[in-house]
Every structure is written in C-alpha cells, then in structure tokens.
Write a protein that binds this ligand. Sequence first.
Ligand SMILES: Nc1ncnc2c1ncn2[C@@H]1O[C@H](COP(=O)(O)OP(=O)(O)OP(=O)(O)O)[C@@H](O)[C@H]1O
Ligand SMILES: [Mg+2]
Length: 691
Amino acid sequence: MDLSKLNPPQREAVVTLQGPLLVLAGAGSGKTRVITHRIVHLLNERPDHILARNILAVTFTNKAASEMKERLVHMAGPRAQGVLVCTFHAFGAEMLREDIHRLGWPKKFAIADMGDQLAIIRRAMRDHRIDDRAFDARKVLGLISKAKNSGQAPEPKPEGIGDDYDLITHMVYPDYQLALKAQGSVDFDDLLILPTRLLREHSDLYLKYTHRFRYLLVDEFQDTNLAQLELLKLMAGQSKNVCAVGDDDQCIYSWRGAEVRNILHFDHFFPGGKEVRLEQNYRSVQMVLDAANAVIAKNPERKAKQMWTDRKGGPKVKVVACPNDEEEARFVAHEIQKHISLGVPADDIAVLYRTNGQSHPIEEMLREKNIAYEVVGGSEFFDRREVKDVIAYFKVIVNRLDEISLMRIINVPSRGIGDVTVERLHAHSRAEGVTLWTVMRKASEYDDLPPGAGAKVHEFVDLIERYRAAYEAGQLAVATRKLLEEIGFRDATRAHATSATSADKKLKGVDGVIDSLERFEKREGPKASLLTYLNRLSLDNKQEDDEDVPGSNRRVTLMTIHSSKGLEYRLVFFIGMEEDLMPHGGMQGEAQNLEEERRLCYVGITRAKELLYLTRAVTRVKRGKEVPRTPSRFLEDLPEDVIEHVTPDAPRQGPPTTEEKNFFANLKERFKKPQPGTPGGGGVPPGGRAG
Ligand SMILES: Nc1ncnc2c1ncn2[C@@H]1O[C@H](COP(=O)(O)OP(=O)(O)OP(=O)(O)O)[C@@H](O)[C@H]1O
Ligand SMILES: [Mg+2]
C-alpha cells in the first residue's frame, strides 16, 4: 500500500499499531480512510504474525460495514475477506451464535423484533392488571431499553420521583426478560449485554475472544453507548490495541443512549495511548466548509478544531426560500433534473431532511419528472401484514418456542383452529407447565377441544415439522414457494384484499420476501440458513438501512440526516431549514436538545462536496392549514460571504446559465469517476461511504 496517499498525521495513525489510539477530527478529514488504510497496513505488516481473522473493525451500520469490506478487498485482495467488519450488534450476535448456551439460552436463539417485544410487554402488563390501552407499551419498551443500555435494571424511583411509567417498567421488566429467555429469544440490547456477560463470567471465553481479535478498530466512536464501550473495553484484552476514530461534533444519537463522553475521555478508558488530530478536510470546497464551521462554532463545550481545505472557493452555498412546501419540492426536483442533464450522476446527489415525513413531497415531484430515487430507511416493507405473516412462519419453523409468532399464524390462513381451541390449549399449557407446542403435539388427548380441532392442530404441527426438515435441507426460497402454495397463502391474501390493486400490492410484498431470500442465498452460499436470514433481517431492520430493498445504483438518494453519517455527495439539498424542523422541537419553544440539533445541522452540511442548497418553505401545510414558518436560526449563523440567496422562480427555473455550464464542465473534468484500480481511491461508489 502506498502510504504517500496519506498526510503526515494520517500516516502516523496508520502506522502506530500497538496500544490505544484515538483519532479525533472533524468531518471529511479522512478518519474512515485511516481505518481502511490501517487494516491494509496490518495485513501487510502482520505484527505478532496476525492474520486477517485477528482483526475486527466496527462500523455504525451494516451498509457501512459491507462497503468497507468491499473497499478492503479492493485494496488488499482476497486475503482481506478474513477481516471481520460489522456493527457492534452484529458482532455481539456472532459471539452469541457460538456461545450463548453458556448463559442458558438455546444455541439457536432468535432475535426478537419490535413486534415481538411489544407483544411480550403487553402480555406482562395484562398479567399485572395494567391496562395496555391506557399505557403505551412502546414507551415502556423504550424505558426498558434505556435502562439496559446504561447497564442497569430499571429500579423503582424513590417516593415522589418518577411517574406511573417508571413503576410499570419496573414491574414488567423481570417478566419481559423471563419471557424472552423462555422463548429462546434475545432483544437488540441483549446483543451487547450478553456478550459482555460471557466475557466477564467465563474466563475461557475471555481468553478465546481476546486472543482471536487482537486488533480492534471502531469508526464513528462518538456515537457509541455505554454497553458498547463495556464490550469494547473487555474485548481490548491486555494489549489494548484499540483504534477509535470519531468527531465529538457529530454525536447525533444521544437520544438512543450515545455517550459523547466515550470519545472525550477515551484516555481514561484506554490509558497510555496516543491521540492524533487531523485538520485537513478533503471532502468539501471552502464555501461548504466555512458554512459548516460557522454553524458548529456556536456550540459551547466542544473540542475546538481547526479545519482547512485546499479546495478554495467553489460555488457559494445556496440559501433558498420557497413560498411553500410544494414549491420547495418542485424547486429541488427541478434543480436535480438540471444537474443530471449537466452530467452529474444521479447517485452523486442527495436530499437530506430532519424527519422521515419530509420526503413525500420530494418523492412525488421526482416521480413526476421520472427521476429515479431511493429512500434510505423509509421502507415500511417489513411492517406489511403479509410480510410479517410469512416471517412469523419462518420464526416458528426455526423456533417452536416462539409463541408470539405461533399465535400469529396458527390460524392464518384460516384452517379451522378457532379462538376457543387456542384458549383451551393455552390453559393446558399453563396447567401442565409445559410449552404450548408440547400441548399442541398431543392435542388429540384433550377432550375439551371443539370437535375436529385436535386433528386440525395435528395437521398444523405436522406442516411445521415437515417444513423444518425442508428448510434444513437448504433451498430457502424454493421451500418458501412450496410452503405458501401448500397453505394457500396467495389465494387467501387475494380473497381478503379489498381491491385488485390492494391484492397486487400485498402479493408484491410476499414476492419481495422470496426475492430477498434468494439474494440472501446467493450472498451466503451453502451456509445460508433460515435462522441466519432471520437474524440478519432483525439487525438490518433495526439499523434502518435497506440493503434488501431492490434498486439500481444510479439513483438520487433521499434520507434523514441521521442516516447520512459518513457519506458524501457532490450535490446536497438540505431541505426544511426552518424552526421546528431544523432544529427539530416544540412549536416556537426551545428545541429539546439544541446542541444536538446543531450537530445534526453540521453533519448535514458536511455531506456536500461541491454544492450545497439549504432550502426552506415560507409556509407549510399542516393538517390542511397553511402555517407560516420561521427560518432556521442556523441560517443566521452563516457568514454572508459564503452564501447566495436564491429565489426559486426566474432565472433558476430556466435553462442553466453559461456560468453554471462552465462550472459543471469544470467539475466534470476534475471529478471524473476513477476507474477501479486507478490510484486515488477507485472502487468507492460515488455517494457511498468514503475513506
Ligand atoms: N490524504 C488524502 N488524500 C486524498 N483524499 C483524501 C485523503 N484523506 C481523505 N480523503 C478523501 O476525503 C474524503 C473524506 O474522507 P473520509 O470519509 O475518510 O472522512 P471522515 O473523516 O471519515 O468523514 P466523516 O466524519 O464525515 O465520517 C473521502 O473522499 C476520502 O477519500
Ligand atoms: Mg467517516
């Protein structure tokens, strides 16, 4: 590898291989690049004779992980395949797959999704005679998760402190944990907590894992939470070869438990290491960088950073006030169309927003103009009822203890196992203290079931057992087609749909599952199993990146700022620059966490390489009424000499000006797509994760 592709501090970070190392630096300074180069350097230098499998790199999303892996293979060849690149949660799942039985779970555990979790909580609430309509199970789940992530069981608050929810959470929590374990499941937070327990409580496993993973690298360290830090501290073992990179100004997940202290006090958790600062920004032109610096400078209590770029000048940041939200969308779509016609690849353009709902008007306009786009994380695909039903079949097939899924499908499509039968079966299961499945297997022994019900239950049990064997023999997509055919799933779906179009949509969902299974089998090869598919699905879903949603790569990307972490695009439209949206918060009142909103604004701005649009609507339709909007306070922080005020009608709506044509002709020359294999970082998908 050519170390001359790095600046001196980057090089220092890449070649310092022993002991803790922190790279704390602003956006676009090459932190992610340091990680990839450092891995390649490790593969070349082989300190302690390590192999690829001794390296673990942790990224923030599954998408970032697969992109980093691809890049590594591109840089270092097939030997990089052995490096484990994944998220903390995926790593935890990997460890549990090997050793969870040491904590008393079945080896084939399942990862509960939100639906499963809520069902368990609601049941526990009912058991405690708490009205699950008066109290929101989601809120209880949120509190449980928060407690688990901060490493504590929910405690009852002292008299007078805390509200009903604290009390409910405290009551429900033990039941929730027991129910999960009883059905052989773990929740998302357990993927961090249980591996930590494994390492703490079993010294042989501590030796096994710390010996296997001797070089650890973590990207986006500013957004790690306490549970992740605990796991990392243990995994660091005695040698503490931990390289963490991040930017305290980009901590945007504190609402989900991220602790910026982890990065600010890195030397406390990993003493005796080195700290490297990177100051050159390679991503953005001067105008964009100036805008970003001006916004973030207003945050108190940050580690001040000096960022500079040698990409002087560039076009000014365009600040656009549109009459209303529809016009904002029209303007954005129009500009996108113009830039595409000027030769900017669609996948080098992104539209960023604070909240998911903001994408709809933009989507409509893009569709109208026939511009291909992709909404990251916006797909409700796996929330569709039919899709959930099919997934529930999978879950029961791999784990018959999963009673929540079992209940979902026991009579779907309808097979004559009615409520009375189900109730009686439950009663027997409780009375005998055995699982529902055990009771179902001997259903014909009970004489209190409605006539014929026993036989129907047996048929169902037989169906599940037969398909269990079929799936174990491989060919997941084939088995699924057969299963759906046998139970008449499509016909039933069609019969229940209110119209032909709605039926089509539902069936498309079913096809989508089969397609995604097929892609999964292709990716994983012979080791593809239904269980790993399901676990992969829960991880991906939680992560909100839709690797499994079909799409070509020449598309405009629409996403929230939260999803845009680490990415870069030549053209960025940051929409909805208004109070209440950016910063997001109560009407006119103070945003709940203004500093974090400012960091979000900084993250959004710093995604742009060449050209940044900050758009806002003067009025917005809310619940059928047109409401006046106040410009975002962050706009006021931008120095006048880096911005240009643009009015959305003439001349912007017209054909490109000569000045624009020249500018983009120039850009085209400067940013010709590198061919794979050419120096200078070929192989990075444009608009993909960089570094
Ligand atoms: N020494 C360098 N020479 C040329 N280009 C570089 C250099 N370092 C980084 N880059 C480029 O600068 C861009 C930003 O790098 P990278 O994504 O690694 O930054 P980052 O610090 O991880 O940003 P973020 O904080 O947004 O995650 C990438 O396109 C990368 O290839
Ligand atoms: Mg990065």
